[in-house]
Design a protein around this ligand. Structure first.
Ligand SMILES: Cc1cc2nc3c(=O)[nH]c(=O)nc-3n(C[C@H](O)[C@H](O)[C@H](O)COP(=O)(O)OP(=O)(O)OC[C@H]3O[C@@H](n4cnc5c(N)ncnc54)[C@H](O)[C@@H]3O)c2cc1C
Length: 408
């Protein structure tokens, strides 16, 4: 490797946003050095979507983002869904659409996306240096980027695309926040997001591994109530699955102060639970509790619900009192849990918080503190819901920043 070579653009981090930015800068005629501390680029792309890479979403909009949704909106204007899809098709990646607009590579493997991007970068002439850990970026007339090995490189424009602290097994780290601070930026409080929850109710462990389609209410019955309708996964410690991941950002922030009350509607498609149960009871009057729930709930969920609602197991439903019916209907519609804490960074898919977006030009992703510096992707205080929105934002940032860099 040559020392102190001058490039138009140096990009720190060969993840989703860095690879996209490198390719677009190169296509626009710039000399580009892409520095990645890990042995291979795009590790988080590889682990994404359970190894299948949910690379974008057909319904993506600013409403899918928290933190600074207006910045996400500006990025989406430049890089909407169709542009994203066309871009990957143009790279030779065929895609399929699954439920709720989620887009995956047709091969069913995330390598299709990571490899297509790496190959496109290489073919375009981007220099990619792996195992190149950036420890310092300084700005005088130009940027000087220093590696842990002691080598350094200079450039006109520098891009921080280092990702967040989430999921350190695939390279998540705090380097980006540190480098951004050195260049004058501030970091808003960081919490794990798209992350499961530990709950107070230990009995939930009896349901470990069971999935159910639910509507999850957070702070039920209050003005601040939020809802998430999706699949819930019961775990040994608490609750996970898309229904929980989607609300983990605001819940995580609130958990810094107090436990957060939750209520799970196990039959969200049935509005009037009492009337539905009564109708069912008329047909199965002689059945005992467990038999009554056959075909309606997973057996283990039914067992726990029977205990929770205080139902006597061997009594036929025709003997149940009005109080029992009320208790069953209430538990089915709003089974209460208490979130105590988030699972650790090792289980978080993204971070809530990051570089304060008040210090960023929304249209160009250029730093307002340090001209010529661009900050992309998850390092910013923008986090998306589960469903392809975080990768879409990362690609969009890389695209918008490359387009914004002066021609010179
Ligand atoms: C398990 C898991 C599953 C996910 N599934 C999905 C999904 O299906 N769909 C979706 O939209 N999102 C998903 N995400 C989120 C998505 O992967 C990220 O939001 C996205 O990769 C962020 O892109 P980025 O470019 O900001 O950062 P990253 O892709 O994380 O890239 C940052 C890169 O910078 C490198 N780096 C950091 N510091 C330095 C340094 N000092 N020097 C050199 N290199 C450095 C890192 O090694 C890394 O390669 C998932 C995340 C996880 C953890």
């Amino acid at each position: 490797m040559k020392d102190n070579v001058f490039y138009d653009v140096i990009i720190v981090g060969a993840g989703a946003s860095g690879l996209m930015c490198a390719l677009q800068c190169k296509r626009r005629g710039k000399s580009v050095l892409l520095l990645e501390k890990q042995p291979q680029p795009g590790r988080k792309i590889l682990v994404s979507g359970n190894g299948r890479c949910n690379l974008t979403n057909a319904h993506v909009s600013a409403a899918d983002y928290r933190g600074t949704p207006r910045l996400a909106e500006a990025v989406l204007q430049q890089f909407p869904f169709q542009k994203c899809l066309d871009f990957f098709h143009d790279l030779g990646v065929l895609t399929v659409e699954e439920e709720n607009g989620r887009i995956f590579p047709r091969t069913g493997k995330s390598t299709a996306v990571a490899e297509a991007l790496r190959l496109a970068c290489e073919e375009a002439g981007v220099e990619i240096h792996t195992q190149s850990h950036v420890v310092k970026v300084e700005k005088k007339n130009h940027f000087r980027v220093r590696l842990e090995s002691g080598e350094s490189f200079s450039c006109k424009y520098c891009v921080l695309a280092c990702g967040s602290a989430a999921y350190p097994q695939a390279g998540g780290c705090e380097d980006g926040y540190r480098l951004a601070r050195l260049l004058g930026h501030h970091i808003t409080p960081l919490t794990p997001a798209l992350c499961a929850l530990n709950v107070k109710e230990k009995a939930v462990a009896r349901l470990q591994g069971i999935r159910a389609q639910v509507r999850l209410h957070v702070w039920p019955g209050t003005k601040q109530e939020i809802q998430s309708e999706a699949e819930l996964l019961f775990t040994a410690y608490g609750l996970s699955g898309p229904a929980v991941l989607n609300i983990s950002g605001p819940v995580g922030r609130a958990l810094e102060k107090d436990p957060v009350p939750l209520a799970v509607d196990l039959l969200p498609e049935i509005e009037n639970k009492s009337a539905f149960l009564k109708q069912r009871a008329a047909r199965f009057a002689d059945r005992r509790a467990k038999e009554f729930f056959t075909g309606l709930l997973h057996e283990n969920i039914a067992n726990l619900l029977i205990d929770f609602a205080g139902i006597r197991k061997n009594m036929p439903v025709k003997t149940w009192t009005e109080n029992t019916w009320t208790s069953v209907a209430r538990t089915l519609g709003a089974w209460p849990f208490t979130a105590l804490s988030l699972r650790p960074w090792t289980e978080a898919m993204v971070a809530a918080g990051g570089v304060n977006c008040a210090e960023i030009n929304y249209n160009t992703l250029e730093s307002l503190c340090c001209p010529g510096l661009y900050i992309l992707g998850e390092l910013l205080d923008v986090d998306g819901r589960s469903g392809g929105f975080n990768l879409h934002f990362a690609w969009g940032c890389g695209f918008a920043a490359a387009l914004a860099m002066p021609e010179d």
